[in-house]
Design a binder for this molecule. Structure first.
Ligand SMILES: CC(=O)SCCNC(=O)CCNC(=O)[C@H](O)C(C)(C)COP(=O)(O)OP(=O)(O)OC[C@H]1O[C@@H](n2cnc3c(N)ncnc32)[C@H](O)[C@@H]1OP(=O)(O)O
Ligand SMILES: CC(C)C(=O)C(=O)O
Ligand SMILES: [Mg+2]
Length: 513
């Protein structure tokens, strides 16, 4: 392996599972392990064999199935733990025992209640015992981020002599700052005489949101394995996120000169699988795998991306497994994105004026509605393209409802350009509106059908109303759309009246117009 290659050690199934509420069954872990193998993760930490019979069986099942990644089990620096890990890993094509012990003064004194010399002695014993059963042994100095450098140098030198081939420096409580952590790695590599006999690894937690930054600082200073998890899952605030670290390295190869073996186009499917199995949703603005990571809503950005993608994107969505980037139409969008989306829907514009007037309607709708869907756009155009004379025009509408009394509607309807006001009551607000319109129009038409449909889901959805009116053997379907369903109903009724006036005929054989 080249010295510029960083080993990716995924611990979603071990540290990731330590996220409260993220525990996984054996079969779920196996599915995730297969997806990690597809990603070409170098090492999969499958669990902590000593933790429970279930975890032992998960490690064993993964060790029996996975062929292209090394399968690893965690163990304390205790004989029984190590033996249990070795037992679980027996079927592995390539297995690793990962043994650890805390090295910080606070952990040694209060948690382990052991003298530092005893910690060194127990580590050496543990590494040797692990090496007797497995060629690939990793040793971790838990809470290295708060350990004394001299002590780290001493214990690591002895662990390497005992046979550890990977030395992991965890920032267990996410305390380190990138410049400090990078410096620790550099000093360890410089000061430990046998450092060249092992790969130095880091395992960073995200308590200060610095896990990926610290991991990057570590590889810049010579670490060549990074422990991470899909979606940044892990104890407390989580571990360094695999997708962010890997894409950081890949995107900034110009500056870092380092690479991994990860097949990045499998990142998003892996993220979705982990999220669905654990029930931990991915926040929309999460880098790389969040739903908004490649979405553009504002007009200036959309225009830039449409002209040249790299103006606002440093990664191609397809490279990490999204189908494509996306333009989200909303009140901040501009003409270029609007026109492009309409063209994708097969809707062209004959003139700039037509584009401008439809765009104006789109902006008015977007002011009322948070997200505009394709169906909204289609409704917008069909509303504005029905080419009929406007004998009736809805000018204003006011409704009032109170429990225990009939709703009231005040409608202002222009007939051939002349405004008329009427107030009506009805069995419901819509009935009151229709009665008010009829009181002015006196169309003599029969209401044959009234239908409301939410064009999209959500309470801010546009309601699309269809009103079918019949008069003297003619039947017409009027339609109207609005985020206010009462207004949509009034628009649909008036549209139907105009269709009747336009004399569009019903062919009884072919159904309504
Ligand atoms: C930083 C990390 O992520 S470390 C990994 C954390 N993950 C887990 O703990 C999940 C799995 N853990 C478990 O299922 C259980 O804690 C077990 C099975 C490992 C141990 O359970 P128990 O025997 O009941 O011990 P308990 O969890 O209460 O306490 C841990 C013991 O291990 C000791 N210990 C902790 N780390 C180590 C270590 N690396 N090497 C040796 N002993 C250790 C503690 O000092 C304590 O010993 P004590 O009981 O003599 O005081
Ligand atoms: C067991 C070790 C590597 C760990 O998870 C930590 O220190 O955070
Ligand atoms: Mg950890």
């Amino acid at each position: 392996m080249s010295s510029n290659r960083v080993v990716i050690f995924d611990t979603t199934l071990r540290d990731g599972e330590q996220s409260p509420g993220a525990s996984m069954t054996r079969d779920e872990k196996l599915r995730i392990a297969k997806s990690l193998e597809r990603l070409r993760v170098d090492v999969i930490e499958a669990g902590f064999a000593m933790a429970s019979q279930g975890d032992f069986e998960s490690v064993r099942a993964i060790a029996s199935t996975i062929k292209d990644s090394t399968v690893c089990s965690l163990s304390r620096a205790l004989d029984n733990d190590i033996d249990r890990a070795a037992e679980a890993l027996k079927p592995a094509a390539s297995g690793r025992i990962h043994t650890f012990i805390a090295t910080s003064p606070i952990h040694m004194q209060y948690k382990l209640q052991m003298e530092p010399e005893k910690v060194i002695e127990q580590s050496v014993h543990a590494v040797k015992r692990a090496r007797n059963q497995c060629a690939d042994v990793e040793f971790s100095c838990e809470d290295a981020g708060r350990s004394e450098l001299d002590f780290l140098c001493r214990i690591i030198e002895k662990a390497i002599d005992a046979g550890a081939r990977t030395i992991n420096i965890p920032d267990t409580v996410g305390y380190a700052l990138p410049h400090e952590f990078g410096d620790t790695i550099r000093q360890l590599l410089e000061r430990i005489p046998n450092a060249d006999k092992a790969i130095f690894s880091v395992h960073c937690h995200n308590d200060l949101g610095l896990a990926v930054a610290n991991s990057l600082a570590a590889v810049v200073n010579g670490a060549r394995q990074v422990e991470c998890t899909i979606n940044g899952l892990g104890e407390r605030a989580g571990n360094a996120s695999l997708e962010e670290f890997v894409m950081g390295l890949r995107t900034r190869k110009d500056s870092l000169g380092l690479s991994t073996g990860i097949q990045t186009e499998h990142i998003v499917p892996a993220s979705k699988l982990v999220s669905s199995i654990t029930g931990f949703p991915v926040q929309p603005n999460k880098a790389i795998v969040g739903a908004n990571a490649f979405a553009h809503e504002s007009g200036i950005h959309q225009d830039g991306v449409l002209k040249h993608r790299e103006t606002y994107e440093i990664i191609k969505a397809e490279d990490v497994g999204w189908n494509t980037n996306k333009m989200v139409l909303g009140k901040l969008s501009g003409r270029n994105a609007f026109k492009t989306r309409m063209e994708e829907l097969g809707i062209g514009f004959d003139s700039k004026e037509e584009l401008d007037s439809t765009f104006k309607k789109f902006k008015a709708l977007a002011d009322k509605k948070r997200e505009i869907y394709d169906e909204d756009l289609q409704a917008l155009v069909s509303d504005s393209r029905t080419d009929i004379p406007e004998v009736y025009k809805l000018v204003d509408l006011e409704t009032g409802s109170r429990m225990g009394s009939s709703p009231e509607a005040k409608v202002t309807l222009a007939v051939n350009g002349e405004d008329n006001d009427v107030i009506s009551t009805g069995d419901g607000a819509v009935d009151a509106v229709f009665k008010a319109i009829e009181a002015i129009a006196r169309s003599g038409a029969q209401l044959e059908l009234y239908n409301v449909k939410a064009i999209t889901s959500g309470t801010d959805s546009q309601g699309e109303v269809t009103v079918r009116l019949a008069r003297k053997g003619r039947i017409v379907n009027g339609s109207g759309a609005d985020t206010d369903v009462i207004i949509a109903s009034a628009k649909a009724y008036v549209h139907a009246l105009n269709l009747l006036e336009a004399g569009e005929k019903r062919n009884p054989q072919t159904g309504p117009i």
